[in-house]
Ligand binder design. Structure first.
Ligand code: ASP
Length: 342
């Protein structure tokens, strides 16, 4: 066999087959003029328009697009999470599909991403992307973010990394990504831990992986039941009225966005102790935005029956608490095990 024959016998690698699920957001936003970047309608454009704006996508992957919703993600709901997670799981169970990209608004992306990170039952790549400027804007960031997200989802290095977030050339883990700016295109950070890697000009490089259990290694399956869990914040002069109102409304869990290391104002703390006696789960997180909440750092948990959220921000802690309660989790020992594991 000569060299030419053996070369021609090797089939060119097939482009990955990626499904893009569109949910709306600023990446699909449209404003009256190109200079308007704050007053616009999120989710105004369909996924076909977004894909047509990026012809280079064709070279990266064979793409199939589905418009799942046209939401401003400020209006995201657990009911929609059920639909989305089920759709992702169905798609990834198909051997012909290599990965999923989800276009999403930035406002609640960190919550949806973490929910999927805990409930997708596949090692195939799932990448969320978004934009800070509407598609109609000068220097819109959506088209390149979309190209990079598909590039990442099509890359074998993204397999088994859990759900990923790709914006501004950076790769974040869904567990850690958080929106940290109201306007900047580098709005997303992974406080404390940093990015997993980067994607640029068709190249993908990972510098680290997440070590906490995710996707196929979790005990959570997506269901239709979402226990009522809310977040309350501790601050100067906070009253107990919100907690008392939530208990009266039948809340199952409360995440406290505490001050500093998850410390809680005395009046709020007493309300939470009373809530706990009514069977409400109480998880301490921090409103600070980075760092972690040490269990018993404020001598609260063993004494009062609270759970520490560790390094999860309040919004991600709420997602985990909802899943844990839905899976039948009860009591501070079991719930602390869940927060230590994920
Ligand atoms: N409100 C928009 C959304 O979350 C913001 C964005 O996408 O940047 O859908």
């Amino acid at each position: 066999m000569n060299t030419l024959t053996s070369f021609s016998a090797v089939a060119a690698p097939e482009r990955a087959r990626i499904v893009v699920l569109a949910t709306g957001g600023t990446i699909a936003g449209s404003a009256a003029t190109p200079t308007e970047t704050s007053a616009y309608q999120a989710g105004a454009l369909g996924i076909d328009t977004l894909l047509t704006a990026v012809p280079a996508l064709d070279e990266v992957a064979r793409i199939e697009a589905q418009q799942v919703a046209s939401l401003d993600s400020k209006d995201m709901s657990p009911a929609f999470w059920t639909i989305l997670a089920q759709r992702v799981n169905e798609l990834l169970a198909d051997d012909a599909i290599d990965g999923v990209v989800i276009t999403h608004g930035t406002d609640t992306l960190e919550e949806t991403a973490y929910l999927l990170h805990l409930t997708v039952k596949s090692r195939k790549p799932v990448v969320l992307t978004a934009a800070m400027r509407p598609a109609s804007a000068l220097s819109a960031d959506g088209p390149l973010n979309l190209l990079n997200a598909v590039t990442l989802a099509a890359n074998p290095a993204a397999v088994g990394q859990g759900v990923l977030v790709a914006l501004n050339n950076q790769i974040h883990s869904a567990r850690e990504a958080a929106k940290t700016s109201t306007y900047a295109v580098d709005a997303f950070q992974s406080p404390e831990f940093g990015i997993l890697g980067w994607v640029q000009d068709g190249r993908v490089e990972f510098g680290r992986s997440v070590v906490r259990a995710h996707t196929t290694a979790t005990e959570f399956v997506i269901g239709a039941a979402w226990p009522h869990v809310e977040i309350v914040t501790s601050y100067a002069g906070v009253s107990r009225a919100l907690v008392d109102g939530l208990v009266a409304a039948g809340v199952r869990g409360i995440v406290v966005a505490g001050t500093g290391n998850g410390s809680i104002h005395a009046s709020l703390q007493q309300a939470l102790v009373d809530a706990l006696k009514q069977g409400v789960a109480v998880v301490r997180s921090s409103r600070v935005g980075s760092g972690h909440v040490m269990r018993n750092g404020a001598a609260l948990d063993d004494a009062l029956g609270f759970v520490s959220a560790g390094s999860l921000n309040p919004y991600k802690a709420r997602v985990l608490l909802m899943l844990a309660l839905a899976a039948g989790g009860t009591g501070p020992v079991m719930l602390q095990r869940v927060f230590d594991q994920y």
